[in-house]
Structures are given as structure tokens and as C-alpha cells.
Design a protein around this ligand. Structure first.
Ligand code: AHM
Ligand code: MG
Length: 337
């Protein structure tokens, strides 16, 4: 069979076969997540047709207004994954607390962290949005879970990736052996391998940041962006592209190269560390990016090595091609100004 015809399930089974001791639990868990994403994709596609758009009126733990599709995506993942029998606990960007597996349900040895519908403020404008996931192994002994099972640094991830609901629906994931991308063929309802062995270009021509926040940025961030914009014979002329939907901005960066950043800013004293969440957004994308040959940093620390302190911790992020990220680090540590 040509590579083009490989379904994500076949790909997962192939990877499982390479790990002699694998029980299949991980593959079944990911399959359940894939089914959830297909359902979310179906709802996103018909969002304009049904009465599902609009605000619920509730506010989530981040004090943002929650849209119905966020709630739908959050609920569908929880409902399906609770039944999987492979999880001991979950955590979602939309819920303040860990999501426990209800009594009477079988539990397992994995932990799922997810952002059910990232970029949801873009739904009304039909802009691409996505689901981000991170899978970890339970660390604590015995039954149940402890917070330490959830608060694990990125390098402990077993798998991570995202579903992108765009002009087509895609799944991009890694289990630590490179990055693969699949496109949903709606006619057969299968994700087919469309992007084998994704490698990010070592350098790109695009930077992606919300330059509207310029006045709130640190001098280091301004200097770095100035460097990217400055005409210089030794580097490309950078274009700026900012969708405002992390999965879409990251996906473009992964395929075309360049850098995406959401640095710390001073616009909200309650969020002095940038906006994006370590466990639901930054860590999983950092894992994917590094596996594709890229890099991800706060400017001062590798994202994958941050020891999480709390479930909804926010961190600055600079992610993308190794050369652009390395350059950013030099601005933050004072080697360049
Ligand atoms: P969300 O999880 O509430 O959707 O917020 C995260 C989104 C990201 O998709 C995107 O990168 C960022 O918020 C955009 O924020 P801003 O509008 O401040 O540039
Ligand atoms: Mg999000």
C-alpha cells in the first residue's frame, strides 16, 4: 500500500508493533480521542447551520466567555474518554479542577491534558480552530491519582499533538519518534497519512505575534521583533502572519518555518506571564515542534523542561525553526540587543 493510503489507526498499530511490550491501551486511547475529534470536526463544519454558535453566558476558569462549541468539544472528549478505561484522570483548559473518572468506570495508567477548542474566539469568522492534546503516564502508585500525575514537565509526555479544523481537518501527532500528519477524508471518515515525517525548515521567512501588544512587551521582545523586521543582507525579509488561533499559527510555522511567539506582556496584571497555558498548549506543541527538528523556549528556559506549579499556569512561548528560536534566546539572555 502506498504511504498515502495509510490510516492513522494503521499507523498507530505499526508504531505499537515496534514497541514489544505495548498492550494496545495507548492505541485504543488515542483512537477514542480521534473519534472525539471527528465528532467535533463534524460540529465545527456545520456550526453556521445550526443554533450552536454563540455564547453560553458562562465564564471559564480563565475568566473568558465560553462559547457553546467549546463546551460541546470539552464534553464530548470527557464523555468518550471516561469510557476508554485507560485514563486515571484528565484536565481541560475549560475546567478549573482535574476531571476524575466517575466511580464504576474502569481506570488505567494514562493522563490526558487537553484544550478542547483552541482559538474559539474565531469561530464566528470561520477561522481555523483546533484541539490540542498531551498524554502522560500516571506516576503515582496505587489507585486514583495525585496532582503530581498532572503536573509533569513536557519531556515526560508519551504523546502530544493537535487536530486542526481548517479548510480540511488534520491530525498532527508525535509519540517521540518524529511527527506525522493526517488529513481527514470526509468521504470515508478516516484520517489518512498526508504528511509523513514532518520536518520544520531550519529557518523561515515568517514571524507570528500579536504586534498590537507592542507597548506592553519587554525591551528584549521589542529588540527581537525589530531584528526580524530590520533589512539585513544576512537574513531574509520576514513577513508577519498572525491568525490569532494558536493551532493554525503553529501549523503554518511547522510547515513553512519561521517563529511564533506569545511573549510575556504587561497588559493584564493578572496574566504577567503571557496568555498561553503550559500544560494544554505550550508543552504539547513544544513536543511536536522539537520532534520535527524545531525548538520552543520561554526565552530563558526550554518549554519541555518547565516543572509545572499549577494546572492553569501560563508561560511565554517562542516556538518554531531552530535558527529563529536560537536568535530569540540571544536577545533574552543579553548576548544580542
Ligand atoms: P483560547 O484558548 O481561549 O482560545 O485562547 C488562546 C488563543 C490562541 O489560539 C491564540 O494564539 C491566542 O489566544 C490569541 O490571543 P490574542 O488575541 O491575545 O492575540
Ligand atoms: Mg486555548
Amino acid at each position: 500500500m502506498s504511504e498515502i493510503g495509510i490510516t492513522v489507526t494503521q499507523h498507530l498499530l505499526g508504531q505499537q508493533a515496534e514497541h514489544g511490550g505495548a498492550t494496545g491501551a495507548f492505541t485504543r486511547l488515542l483512537n477514542e480521542l480521534i473519534l472525539s475529534a471527528k465528532i467535533i470536526s463534524r460540529e465545527v463544519t456545520k456550526a453556521g447551520l445550526v443554533e450552536i454558535l454563540g455564547f453560553t453566558g458562562a465564564r471559564n476558569v480563565q475568566d473568558e466567555q465560553v462559547r457553546k462549541l467549546d463546551v460541546y468539544a470539552h464534553d464530548i472528549i470527557i464523555r468518550r474518554l471516561c469510557h476508554s478505561g485507560h485514563l486515571c484522570v484528565m484536565a481541560s483548559e475549560e475546567d478549573a479542577d482535574p476531571i476524575e473518572i466517575p466511580r464504576g468506570f474502569q481506570v488505567g495508567n494514562y493522563v490526558l491534558m487537553f484544550d478542547p477548542l483552541d482559538g474559539s474566539s474565531n469561530i464566528d469568522a470561520n477561522v481555523s480552530i483546533g484541539t490540542i492534546f498531551s498524554i502522560l503516564r500516571k506516576k503515582s502508585p496505587g489507585v486514583g491519582y495525585q496532582m503530581s500525575d498532572l503536573l509533569q514537565p513536557g519531556f515526560q509526555q508519551v504523546a502530544a499533538g493537535y487536530f486542526l479544523y481548517g479548510s480540511s481537518t488534520m491530525m498532527v501527532y508525535t509519540t517521540g519518534a518524529g511527527v506525522s500528519g493526517f488529513t481527514l477524508d470526509p468521504s470515508v471518515g478516516e484520517f489518512l497519512l498526508s504528511h509523513p515525517n514532518i520536518e520544520i525548515p531550519s529557518r523561515g521567512k515568517i514571524f507570528s505575534a500579536n504586534v498590537g501588544y507592542w507597548d506592553y512587551w519587554s525591551q528584549e521582545t521589542k529588540n527581537y521583533i525589530d531584528y526580524l523586521r530590520r533589512p539585513d543582507q544576512n537574513k531574509p525579509v520576514y513577513s508577519c502572519r498572525y491568525i490569532g488561533s494558536l493551532v493554525a499559527d503553529f501549523h503554518r510555522t511547522l510547515l513553512y518555518g519561521g517563529v511564533f511567539l506569545y511573549p510575556a506582556d504587561s497588559k493584564d496584571p493578572k496574566k504577567p506571564h503571557g496568555k498561553l497555558r503550559l500544560l494544554y498548549e505550550c508543552s504539547p506543541l513544544a513536543f511536536v515542534c522539537e520532534q520535527a527538528g524545531g525548538a520552543a523556549t520561554t526565552g530563558r528556559e526550554r518549554i519541555m523542561e518547565i516543572m509545572p506549579q499549577e494546572l492553569h499556569q501560563r508561560v511565554p512561548i517562542i516556538i518554531g525553526s531552530p535558527e529563529e528560536v536560537y536568535m530569540a534566546e540571544q536577545f533574552y539572555d543579553g548576548r544580542l540587543s
